[in-house]
Design a binder for this molecule. Sequence first.
Ligand code: SF4
Length: 338
Amino acid sequence: MKKDVVLRTENLKAYYVLEVPGGQKVVRAVDGVDLTIRRNEIYGIAGESGCGKSTLMKTLYAWVQRPLRLVEGTVYYTKDGQEFDVYALSKQELRRLRWQFIAYVPQGAMSIFNPVTKIKETYRDFLSSHLRGKTVEEMFAIAKEHIERLGLPVSILEAYPHQLSGGMRQRVAIALAALLRPSVMFADEPTTALDVVVQRGVVQLLKDIQESLHNTIILVTHDMGIHANVTDRLAIMYAGRIIEEAATEEIFQKPLHPYTQFLINSLPQFGDTGERVSAPGQPPSLAHLPTGCAFHPRCPQAMPICREQVPETAFIGEHRVACWLHAERGAVEHAAHS
Ligand code: SF4
């Protein structure tokens, strides 16, 4: 176990098992994911809608509820120098872990607020369930100090959720998640449905929190522009698998997987008026994955082996990629380092 690792998975599989007329339908949302996430980094997970990234995040947070099932593998956290399997914890231990160590910002901040209570009361309720022996005044003072420290206007404490803009609600949700100084924070599509200017405020808040707490933030978004601005390392997900991972800068400068190349080439570039090219076709159904490489029906570089065999992951230094185009290079690197 490396000292700076805070979370890791091995061959993690989580499927939705749906009852349908005549049997079951199995949706392979997370299908053999290996991750190693470090302290003091913002780790991004990118990919098109429906690739499994939000399900992966829930699985990492041990938030697996039917019809989602953990099929194989597990999630290991490291806390106080001890590594443990989060799925082996009792309900009480898991609750304590979520209070003290990990926090989750779900998609759509509105869902975490009570529409008929002011933001300061949400803070009070949150604090009273986590801190004992504080008076209401002390809890309001903690809320005020926290909001001020994060550069948010104190007046929001007197507001009801519907009186805040979507961007401000999202920032309050993130602030609330950071209140107990979690070591690991999950943020699931935190900028969805926000305009570009508001997105910047949300992203900056995440960066500020990470810089002040030196914690780990795992950020899921399909928006590659946000990953370019915020994340330290980036994983690209396709059809339930991680198909490429490297330092974010490296991925943007030297994307190896054809799918990642499409994701990056489809981004608008300043001063470049040329046509942007996205990946052809549609992502596959996770209930009916193609054989071999799941990207092969859309890949302009597909070879016969791609239709038959799932590509092995090649490690090229700290860069990993699951594509037959790079299998040999990865093997050479592996041999040179072993
Ligand atoms: Fe394309 Fe083959 Fe690589 Fe898949 S393995 S991305 S089909 S070249």
